[in-house]
Design a protein around this ligand. Sequence first.
Ligand code: 6PG
Length: 474
Amino acid sequence: GSADIGVLGLAVMGANLARNAARKGFGVAVFNRNHERTDKLIAEHGSEGRFFPSHAIEDFVASLAKPRAVIIMVKAGKPVDDMIEDLIAQLEPDDIIIDGGNSLYTDTARRFKRCEDANIRFIGMGVSGGEEGALEGPSMMPGGDRAAYERIAPIVTKMAVSVDGVPCCTYIGSDGAGHYVKMVHNGIEYADMQLITEAYDLMKTLYGLDATAMSDIFTDWKAGDLDSYLIEITAAVLRKTDSTGKPLVDSIVDEAEQKGTGRWTAQNALELGVPVTAITEAVFARALSGRRAMRGEAEKKLPHAAVATRHPDRAEIDAIRDALYASKIVAYAQGFEQMAVASAQYGWDLKLGDMATIWRGGCIIRARFLNRIKEAYDRDANLSNLLLDDYFRDAVVKAEDAWRRVIVLAVQNGVAVPAFSSALAYYDGLRRARGPANLLQGLRDYFGAHTYRRLDKDGSFHTRWSQDGTEVEA
Ligand code: 6PG
């Protein structure tokens, strides 16, 4: 065969990735279990490049140049395992399977081993950017077999979008590292969206602004430090009217759904013991949004005083923008620390500056802001927390007054801002060399003899609280 790459699974992401590769000049073998999808792709887009469509997996495999490289784009979970088994039966040693879906990184590590045992090379590759990104150029996070990556690099780095001449695709690390990083990307995406949602709620509830007015404000914000894809599409969603002529957003049911990547990020943060409050709050906020009937009942039983609408003067709206920016910095600082801890724990040697670099374009969280993060890691590749970088320190210090004022207003008026306020709580907790956990340790020692350490001498100690009250070395 002579196709450079194969795409298995032609739902919208798979079809668009196949078209992307074909448009960039690569020969692309395509296969889908339901042949209608294959036929439709060829009928509608066959002229965009060199496609090699097949109705049988044997023909698909035969149409590929060796060593073969196959991207599978099927639903995360069992369909991926089934696909891998089908492929293993057909492929030859050194052929490469690339899972481009949103797989759980531990599944990826397991599949890596399964393929290794079968002499097949495996790459778990996070792909971000939605439908449009897949077609025009996504951000790609490949991990797994490094030598196999080198072989597909000329193809995938061309499929990915480039920013300042640098492709948004680089080798991430061994086994499940690529999917892990994609998972954290999605967690950050959850936090970003939650923060935007809280800013929207404040403007709507405290200031009575309508969707169009808010769309203008987000458009304004896009011109500044907050410049990002998510802010841009927020403005677009708020501006959209439906067939009644009214803002569409006002008719959308306020229940957020989720496919799991944000929850995985939070679960892993808990496992690693990294304080990732913003992402976790975002996951919980989605869960609370899902209790719509309960919220309806609670609003009746627990009524709150009507909020007196405030005048949306410039300074107050700017304060919300600053609170959003400071909270966003915290969310990213947390997400990047999570990756650093995971890297050490799982032996991945993640280059955090690379993550910022490949997230500058193509992906859902793409933003001017990612350049600032890249620069921070250029200054210090081992930076332990983004908030300790001069740029981010200055940015949060500058925003701090506004951040506090906004949260006070929200609390006084009963507007829930879990991500804004937990980000501030994290910030306040972080910048205290001496916190209150000394008391907590005392309590643990009191009821469970769990021991404590002292500031003034080495070792572990226990006080015989309910006996003679003396302290003993543990
Ligand atoms: C991306 C997106 C993509 C998908 C999310 C949505 O990077 O392109 O993150 O992966 O849209 O999985 O996640 P939820 O359905 O959980 O909101």
